[in-house]
Design a protein around this ligand. Structure first.
Ligand code: SAH
Length: 343
């Protein structure tokens, strides 16, 4: 292998556990950032996040959009509104839009999403990442045929018992495989770039299971790793639960995971997530972008819709107009010697 093509680190579960719990992680962050500069240069990719709808048929124990949360505000954007968000991404030279929504196949039908993808690609030239939850092989095939480039579906935790507990009614696959892993593998075969990831600090989550999550990122050969701290939402069962977590939902721990994900997958795209900025609005982004992350996902959801997409409380971008946050972002990139590249 030539030096410009670094290989995944041969970490074992024990190595990862040691790195996750070492007293100090500065050397790890420095190593991951250096590797990111080697594989991605000083480029930061911006992906415009568009939160299409907060209507959700699922009842995930941690999420503020769960269907049993009767106090949640529900909305759904129409196609022209979504196209306007994609045009904004084009004007801002982002290169990619991420269409994310609560899971609702009645609203986001196969045909409607395929048409949306075709229009966005045709009218704005943006690449399209879909994040519409668990969907059938026929749906994702149709969207891929319409031009969708990437799909983001976090597996949330590799601990099957914990996954089943926090996802009531989760589908059971014929071979007993984690339903989201089955979908990720299918989509890889369909030609998508696949993104996945987890929350860290879930009640009942163990450090060992996070080490296994990281190994699974490598095994799945993810193109994108999205990972953030779990933030309790008071109107969810998990938010009210007192079960402690062995895993700290901290900036330091999240950044250790970014750094290890970078070492395991040197070429992956790793966003510094909104949840990380939410738990540390002052330093979160900088910490993420200097510990292995190379992507940032500014929220392009129209301001009057954002308050409706409260998967967890205190979400950072709910009030900030995108122009303000973008100039701050560019100043941060300059300070860190990084630059926005459209991709
Ligand atoms: N329906 C889509 C989008 C869900 S929201 C899907 O299932 O893929 C996107 C991500 O937000 C989830 O994958 C989850 O990892 C994260 N999330 C949800 N609730 C959260 C919480 N309370 N704290 C932190 N992250 C949360």
């Amino acid at each position: 292998m030539p030096p410009e093509c670094p290989k995944a680190a041969p970490w074992t579960e024990a190595d990862l556990l040691a790195a996750l719990t070492a007293p100090d992680a500065e050397a790890l962050f420095t190593r991951a950032h250096a590797l990111r500069l080697q594989t991605k240069g000083n480029a930061v990719f911006l992906r415009g996040l568009v939160e299409l709808s907060s209507i959700c048929a699922r009842d995930c124990l941690y999420c503020g959009m769960r269907r049993s949360n009767l106090n949640a505000h529900r909305y759904a954007m129409d196609d022209d509104e979504i196209l306007a968000c994609a045009s904004l991404a084009q004007q801002l030279d982002f290169g990619t839009v991420v269409l994310q929504a609560g899971e609702c196949p009645q609203l986001w039908t196969r045909e409607r999403v395929a048409e949306l993808v075709r229009r966005i690609k045709g009218e704005t030239g943006q690449r399209v990442t879909l994040s519409l939850g668990e969907r059938s092989e026929a749906d994702t095939a149709a969207w891929r045929a319409a031009g969708a480039d990437r799909y983001l579906l976090r597996f949330e935790t590799s601990d099957r018992a914990l996954f089943t507990h926090i996802h009531p009614g989760a589908e059971t696959t014929p071979g007993g495989e984690h339903p989201r892993l089955a979908q990720l593998r299918r989509m890889k075969a369909q030609g998508y770039e696949i993104g996945s990831g987890v929350m860290v600090g879930l009640p009942g989550q163990t450090l060992r299971s996070v080490a296994r999550d990281l190994l699974l990122f490598r095994e799945l050969a993810l193109d994108m790793v999205g990972l953030g701290p779990y933030i309790p939402h008071p109107e969810t069962p998990l938010g009210r639960e007192a079960t402690p977590s062995e895993v700290p939902a901290t900036v330091d721990f999240t950044c250790r995971c970014y750094a290890l994900a970078r070492l395991l997958l040197p070429h992956a795209n790793i966003p510094s997530t909104t949840a990380l900025s939410t738990i540390d609005p002052v330093h979160g982004r900088e910490r993420g972008l200097t510990s292995g992350a190379n992507v940032f996902m500014p929220n392009l959801t129209p301001a009057n819709r954002r308050e409706g997409y409260l998967i967890y409380p205190g979400k950072i971008c709910v009030r900030a107009p995108e122009a303000d946050s973008l100039s701050a972002l560019h100043a941060l990139f300059a300070k860190l010697g990084l630059r926005h590249v459209s991709a």
